[in-house]
Design a protein around this ligand. Structure first.
Ligand SMILES: [Zn+2]
Length: 82
């Protein structure tokens, strides 16, 4: 199942349109990945994604300055429908 959702970014910087996609980790958990504002692949498998889509801890890119607290919009529906 391929899903593409808008990521809501909670931060002080301007609203940046990003999308995420769902994947299943090797231990069967739902996780997500996305391309950051610098064009780098970021994987959330080592982050906790709450039922409401809030990702903890904050997500930082090792390559570019991207470092944000993010929330995955629609995450609740994703985890319920599969
Ligand atoms: Zn980056």
């Amino acid at each position: 199942m391929k899903l593409q959702m808008e990521i809501k970014i909670n931060s002080t910087v301007e609203d940046i349109p990003l999308t995420y996609r769902i994947f299943t980790t090797t231990d069967g958990k739902k996780s997500a990945y996305f391309i950051d504002t610098g064009g780098h692949y970021l994987n959330l498998k080592n982050h906790t994604i709450a039922l409401d889509g809030t990702v903890t801890p904050s997500v930082g890119c090792p390559i570019c300055p991207f470092h944000e607290h993010i929330k995955l919009s629609g995450w609740n529906e994703v985890t319920c429908n599969e």
